[in-house]
Design a protein around this ligand. Structure first.
Ligand code: CTP
Length: 449
């Protein structure tokens, strides 16, 4: 499929404006869900009524042309974005949250769908990796501030020339030739997050980062500009990459550009690290295993993999660099420790019994268990994990509660932990199967003088 920009936007065109808008309208009709079409129609009507120019922009336009599902509607208002978002929220009966400083709003609808509304803006960077200084601008300046040509297209939704593609920077041509190109040579200097974004889009769509862009990237990397990104922004980019479908391709590409050094120079120092991550990928690709393990957070498992061979000092430093929350840091710390212990226990014997299997997995998060399976090159741990998931996980919790123990006359305190552990172990061994049998066990073992 070939598009052309609206004639008033570029000098040479081969299609008329009407023809393009007809094609875009048919893409919208054929490729988008009924809900999204309804939202777009309402946005158009409201924009026309208020006499403001509204554009759908960025990933939404890119994915529409590529025929990739994308539920996020990103719109830009030439004029005041926030009041438009407020009207839109009223119209849909949704909620609006705005950032005055950036002129942006998020409209959240009652069914959870969201529409991002921005004021067309120009951005200046005071110094590399700084948050940009924002000024109101035209759609052209708004598109020029963007990362890549393929993300710099817009569809005008209002006015007489509605539904024409606005493409000042040859984004549509780059989509066709599957190239990631920047709009200017300082793009990776202004915003080093784009180093990660370039890899993300390249790998997601099977595109190629342009030759010149690779040179720009290496310059930004050599200048260590990633160091000036905040931990939150760096973590967010890494998390998005680790959540991509082709995670290993993203990881390999990040390694090629030596990007992990900015999290920790120790990552991938271990000779086995990459192999373990590759096994992890095949676990995620295996339909059968996925059913058993449920829905682990993919990014977390890979992050655990990247951090696994770091010593404690390097781990804490990396966690600090990414500004990880205490909850994530604690969970990674525990999974690292328990994975090491469980790997040792499960592989040091020829055959493990039910209690050993249970205790090897019970302290791990679901993500930790997936990683433990990947740590071993044999199928044994996977078989044990299957036993754990199908026979023990959530199935051996005692029938009795703390209240029951109190009613039975037990003094509250650390002993409760022993009681529950004994009850759980009895369930695992099959020696206790009901509430009555649990009561008998507690009386026999813990209440008899
Ligand atoms: N953008 C940018 N530079 C950034 C982040 C975002 O230029 N560092 C612009 C791009 O035009 C992008 C748009 O803002 O298309 C929206 O950003 P985001 O939602 O992060 O990206 P999407 O392109 O929608 O990607 P995804 O499909 O991963 O959500």
């Amino acid at each position: 499929m070939k598009f052309c920009v609206a004639p008033h936007m570029k000098t040479s065109t081969t299609h008329s404006n009407t023809e393009i808008s007809r094609t875009l309208k048919s893409l919208i009709k054929n490729r988008l869900s009924k809900d999204i079409i309804r939202y777009l129609e309402s946005i158009t009507q409201l924009g026309d009524r208020l006499n403001v120019s509204i554009y759908a922009v960025g990933g939404f336009v890119r994915d529409l042309i590529l025929n990739v599902p994308n539920k996020d509607i990103d719109i830009v208002v030439e004029g005041e974005g926030i009041p438009f978002a407020v009207c839109l929220a009223e119209l849909f009966g949704g909620k609006v949250k705005s950032h005055e400083k950036f002129g942006t709003s998020v409209v959240t609808l009652s069914n959870g769908d969201r529409i991002d509304v921005a004021t067309a803006r120009t951005e200046y960077y005071k110094h590399p990796a700084a948050l940009p200084i924002v000024e109101k601008g035209s759609i052209k300046s708004d598109l020029f501030r963007r990362d890549f040509t393929v993300n710099s297209m817009a569809i005008k939704l209002t006015g007489s020339n509605a539904f024409c593609l606005i493409d000042f920077f040859d984004g549509e041509k780059d989509l066709r030739s599957r190239k990631i190109h920047v709009l200017h040579s300082l793009s990776f200097i202004d915003d080093p997050c784009r180093l990660f974004r370039a890899i993300r889009f390249e790998q997601r769509f099977g595109f190629e980062i342009g030759r010149q862009e690779q040179v720009f990237m290496r310059t930004s990397i050599k200048k260590n500009l990633v160091d000036s990104l905040s931990g939150t922004r760096l973590f967010n980019e890494i998390k998005l990459l680790l959540n991509e479908k082709k995670t290993m391709d993203c990881i390999r590409r990040m390694q090629e550009f030596d990007l992990f050094q900015f999290v920790s120079p120790e990552i991938f120092k271990g000779s086995q690290d990459l192999e373990v991550l590759e096994r992890l990928e095949s676990i995620f690709l295996s339909e059968e295993k996925r059913i058993v393990i449920g829905k682990p957070k993919v990014w977390y498992v890979y992050l655990l993999g990247l951090f696994y061979s770091l010593d404690e000092v390097a781990f804490l430093k990396a966690a600090k660099r990414l500004d990880l929350s205490n909850r994530i840091k604690k969970s990674l710390h525990e999974d690292r420790t328990h994975c090491r212990q469980s790997l040792k226990k499960l592989t040091s014997k020829n055959e493990c019994g039910p209690l050993e299997i249970y205790h090897a997995f019970a302290k791990l998060s679901v993500e930790g268990i997936v990683f433990l399976i990947a740590l071993s090159s044999t199928n044994r741990i996977n078989q044990y994990a299957n036993i754990y998931f199908t026979q023990y996980q959530g199935r051996v919790e005692p029938f009795l509660t703390g209240n029951d123990l109190l009613k039975m006359g037990m003094e509250p305190g650390p002993v409760f932990k022993f009681v529950f552990n004994a009850l759980r172990e009895a369930r695992i061994k099959g020696s206790v199967k009901s509430r009555e049998e649990e009561i008998a066990l507690v009386e026999e073992r813990f209440l008899k003088p």
